[in-house]
Design a protein around this ligand. Structure first.
Ligand code: GTP
Ligand code: MG
Length: 417
């Protein structure tokens, strides 16, 4: 189908922190699963008539099997989630495409994205999409087809379309990153619903701003709302369309520091999500359009306008720098929020099953002790009886001896008469 397979293996990526942690915790849960199942087998072996474990004991341990299975299911689906917001036409969809190294999402002038689009890895070779309310898979081979599919499935602004794209075509998707594109924050009045539906489990937010203008109130207000519902959200600000600065090089530094100061101020003093120093590390001046072009060319894909203006390399490096910092941030955050909870639960399950086994062990020990004690008492009684018997026998012997003697005496007396 003309799609070039590329080797996307990147063992140096900071995303590997998450990937490895996920593998590790998965392995641990396989062990916990084995342990719980062994415990169940053991409980069955020691239950039943005259058994040590009661049916309730067995049921208690058995209940952990499904609990562990449920956690393993959740673990399989755990991913890192990044959501992109910003005003219409700032370039959100283009940023996502550049990060995915391909033109996947529809982008263009005017109001393009009209609902939430969640791009995630597909385990098959095919690309397909699914809407929220149906399990039906719509196959997509190209962006135009995707755009068309999105138009024909009449959608509301706050609805969600899942786009499954072959994992092996994008490093981010292969490493379990899920990217959420949104309609412009300036076109929907229902931002609260958006936040509740799509933001609460996001590990990172990217505000795609327009470097040709400045941070807008609608964009700021949206993130004010986000930070009231999520404590310490991780926010990156991309000043996109920075290629525009090439036409006015004399103002470049001045404009850049003006934007940078405003962004630092916004993150550190207005939202209070980080210190000014940390905020500086979260702000980038990029051109998503150029980054996408560069990557399409690298993949030898046809591009429409291959002319890149002055300074494109610097902007591209800054884009790559953003990706690196973003990867570090999202993998650390996701490990913390997702796996800390699983490992706590895993620990508790192991401890609970161990307590149940310990209880059975203690019951067994008590039963043994009681038996031994009973035996000891029995033994004492036996000894006592034995002693009594001995003494009785001795007395009898004496008596019989005496009787025999007196009979003998009487007999001899009678004879001698
Ligand atoms: P909506 O989906 O409508 O909210 O817009 P969006 O934020 O997704 O923007 P989109 O990615 O569709 O980009 C809008 C237009 O801006 C497209 O024509 C892009 O090619 C163009 N564009 C995006 N990034 C850049 C950039 O860095 N520089 C320039 N010059 N144009 C850009
Ligand atoms: Mg868009």
């Amino acid at each position: 189908n003309g799609t070039m397979r590329v080797n996307v293996g990147n063992v140096d990526s900071p995303l590997q922190i998450f990937v490895r942690a996920k593998k590790k915790i998965n392995d641990i849960f396989i062990e916990i699963d084995d342990y719980v199942k062994d415990a169940v087998t053991f409980m069955h072996a020691v239950s039943g008539e005259n058994g040590i474990a009661t049916p309730q004991d067995v049921a208690n341990v058995e209940a952990y099997v499904s609990k562990v299975e449920a956690i393993r299911e959740v673990l399989k689906r755990d991913h890192m989630k990044v959501a992109f917001f910003g005003r219409t036409s700032n370039g959100k969809s283009t940023v996502i495409n550049a990060m995915l190294h391909d033109k996947i999402l529809p982008s263009g002038i005017g109001h393009t994205t009209n609902c939430f689009l969640q791009v995630e890895g597909s385990d098959t070779d095919e690309a397909f999409l699914k809407t929220e309310d149906s399990e039906e898979k719509h196959n997509v081979q190209s962006v135009s087809q995707l755009g068309h599919a999105l138009c024909t499935t009449r959608l509301q602004e706050s609805s969600l379309v899942h786009i499954y794209w072959p994992r092996e075509l994008c490093a981010l998707l292969r490493d379990d990153v899920v990217l959420v594109d949104s309609p412009g924050v300036d076109v929907s009045p229902n931002l609260d619903e958006w936040i509740d539906k799509y933001c609460l489990d996001a590990d990172v937010f990217v505000l795609v701003a327009n470097a040709e203008s400045t941070l807008m109130l609608t964009e700021k207000n949206f993130f004010h709302k986000v930070s009231t519902k999520i404590s310490q959200p991780n926010i990156f600000i991309l000043n996109n369309r920075w290629d525009a600065s090439a036409s006015e090089p004399e103002f470049l530094d001045q404009v850049r520091s003006q934007h940078a100061n405003r962004c630092v101020d916004f993150l550190s003093r207005e939202l209070r999500v980080c210190s000014p120093k940390e905020a500086e590390e979260r702000i980038f001046f990029i051109s998503a359009k150029e980054a996408l072009l560069t990557r399409m060319k690298e993949r030898e894909k046809p591009v429409s306008s291959p002319i890149l203006v002055d300074g494109h390399q610097v902007r591209y490096f800054e884009f790559v720098d953003f990706e690196r910092k973003f990867e570090e941030c999202i993998s650390q955050s996701a490990v913390q929020t997702k796996f800390a909870q699983h490992s706590r639960r895993g620990k508790n399950i192991a401890a609970d099953v161990m307590a149940a086994l310990e209880q059975i062990y203690n019951t067994a020990c008590n039963m043994k002790a009681t038996k031994v004690e009973k035996q000891r008492i029995l033994q004492e009684q036996l000894t006592c009886i034995e002693e009594q018997l001995t003494s009785i026998t001795r007395q009898m012997k004496d008596k019989i001896g005496k009787m025999v003697e007196s009979v003998e005496h009487k007999v001899s007396l009678t004879l001698s008469q």
